[in-house]
Design a protein around this ligand. Structure first.
Ligand code: NAP
Length: 454
């Protein structure tokens, strides 16, 4: 099996890499197991020193790394540089806080003394997507390595350069060989690796299809599994919202990363009194965005990640149009060699359209009117997903009600949904289970060992 980097801006093949042979995979698994035996005994201070070293390397190499990411998956160079900086920040966060987050937790009981101690589990397999090809990996790796685990990365097939860079990064920062290893393997090889007795747990960020398959393999092998899957997040605007801000942030929340984000705002639910004004301004701002060369600083949206992604978004929009949706801007796939798709706004969505139930992984916004707050909540929850939600209202009682009643892993009030190292990140329903980041995330791959001292 080989892995190819195709530049989504041009459709050209940039580089091809040979996959790892079964012998090479075996060697890497053995190294990971040996590395864990040592790494678990190192101090938080030693791990933190190495983690800060990795963050310093990322900062120093930011432009080169960002260029690699842009060339492999098409996000703008500016957003790629932002992703590099965010990774360095998360590494420093876990370097600074892992010891406190994992401190013994005293428990009142009939014992003389009792507490919970958090200890690492072992080698964890991470199956990761291409859309934030650095961030998705680092938000697993930084807490996992700081907790004393070791990691093996099976990255998406279309980002082999970034995958190899990440494996190399931790080694160059001084983590011993085997602490973090890239495996260039196909998705068909994942179940066998999960079943390997040296692997103790698996985390997957990706589609529901991949999640179901990895969860089945983990279940079969009785191994811990964390799933970060898709989303179709609501972006709620009530009549009491700051409309100008809601419009401009809404445009960003839908189009960042060319719309290819699990926590992008995908379904805009707008209270009737402000619906027309919202739709008009939102459409104008979406239409004004500049689509083009992702290396050009004036570009707002680069291409989608692949021809398949472009085909899929186009098919979803065509399906909605054919069933009566109104396209207020965009909706026409451009010709040419790159995998571009324009910012698009659809209204008049009905339940029989694919977009009403599926995630749309591109810059396509669906806008619904809602008669009142009750209908807002009904529409917001009328989805198989439950990842994030952004709610816009200046009224505190509306804020409380929306925070309480929307079914999602995270609700952001008067702000777009984002991930940050301090807050737990994850979903409910078909968006997956488990949490990343924060105290909850670092504890996912720890043994919570109860200790009773008589
Ligand atoms: P994907 O096709 O599911 O791929 C994700 C990873 O899973 C890749 O490494 C892929 O490898 C692997 N994979 C695919 N099928 C597999 C299988 N049957 N068994 C084992 N591994 C398998 O998803 P994607 O298109 O790259 O990413 C987009 C999806 O990720 C969207 O649904 C998005 O919402 C979701 N996502 C979720 C979060 C979150 O935190 N909740 C964050 C980012 C993205 P190959 O590339 O080799 O197929």
């Amino acid at each position: 099996m080989s892995f190819t980097t195709v530049n989504p801006a041009t459709g050209e093949v940039v580089e091809t890499f040979d996959g790892h042979t079964p012998e090479e995979v075996e060697q890497r698994l053995a190294r990971a197991a040996a590395a864990f035996a040592e790494h678990r005994r190192t101090s938080f201070a030693d791990r933190a020193r190495l983690m800060r070293g990795a963050a310093d390397l990322l900062d120093a190499e930011q432009p080169d790394v960002a260029r690699t990411v842009t060339t492999e998956m098409g996000k703008t160079f500016a957003q790629a540089k932002g992703e590099v900086s965010k990774c360095a920040l998360a590494m420093r966060f876990f370097a600074d806080h892992a010891e406190t987050l994992l401190a013994d937790q005293p428990i009142e009981s009939a014992a003389g003394r009792s507490f919970v101690r958090y200890q690492p589990l072992g080698p964890v397999l991470a199956v990761m997507p291409w859309n934030f090809p650095l961030w998705q990996v680092v938000r697993f790796a930084a807490p996992a390595l700081m907790a004393g685990n070791v990691g093996l990365l099976k990255h998406a097939s279309n980002v082999p350069r970034t995958a190899l860079y990440l494996g190399d990064l931790f080694r160059r920062a001084g983590f011993p060989e085997g602490c973090f290893t890239t495996l260039l393997v196909s998705s068909g090889e994942v179940a066998k690796i999960i079943a390997d007795e040296r692997i103790v747990a698996v985390t997957l960020t990706g589609s529901e299809r991949a999640g179901a398959s990895v969860a089945a393999a983990a279940g079969d092998a009785l191994k811990k599994c964390v799933l970060e899957l898709g989303g179709s997040d609501p972006f709620v605007v009530t009549a009491k919202a700051d409309l100008d801000r809601a419009v401009s942030v809404g445009v960003r929340a839908r189009t960042q990363n060319a719309g290819q984000s699990c926590i992008a705002a995908k379904r805009f639910i707008v209270e009737a009194p402000v619906f027309d004004r919202f739709l008009e301004r939102f459409t104008d701002q979406m239409a004004a965005l500049r689509v083009g060369d992702p290396m050009d600083p004036a570009t707002d949206l680069g291409p989608l990640n692949s021809r398949a992604q472009q085909d899929e978004v186009d098919a979803q929009v065509e399906d909605a149009r054919s069933k009566g949706a109104t396209v207020t801007c965009g909706g026409e796939r451009p010709g040419g060699p790159g995998f571009y798709y324009p910012p698009t706004v659809l209204t008049g969505i009905t339940g029989d359209m694919r977009v009403a139930r599926e995630e749309v992984f591109g810059p396509v916004a669906l806008v619904w009117p809602a008669a009142d707050l009750r209908e807002v909540v009904r529409l917001a929850n009328d989805t198989p997903y439950g990842l994030g939600a952004s709610v816009w209202t200046g009224d505190q009682s509306e804020q409380r009600r929306l925070v309480d009643e929307i079914d999602a892993g995270q609700v952001f009030v008067n702000a777009m949904v984002a991930s940050t190292p301090e807050l737990p990140f994850g979903g409910i329903k078909r968006s997956g289970y488990g949490r990343e980041l924060s105290e909850l995330g670092i504890k996912e791959f720890c043994n919570a060992k109860a200790v009773w001292v008589a």
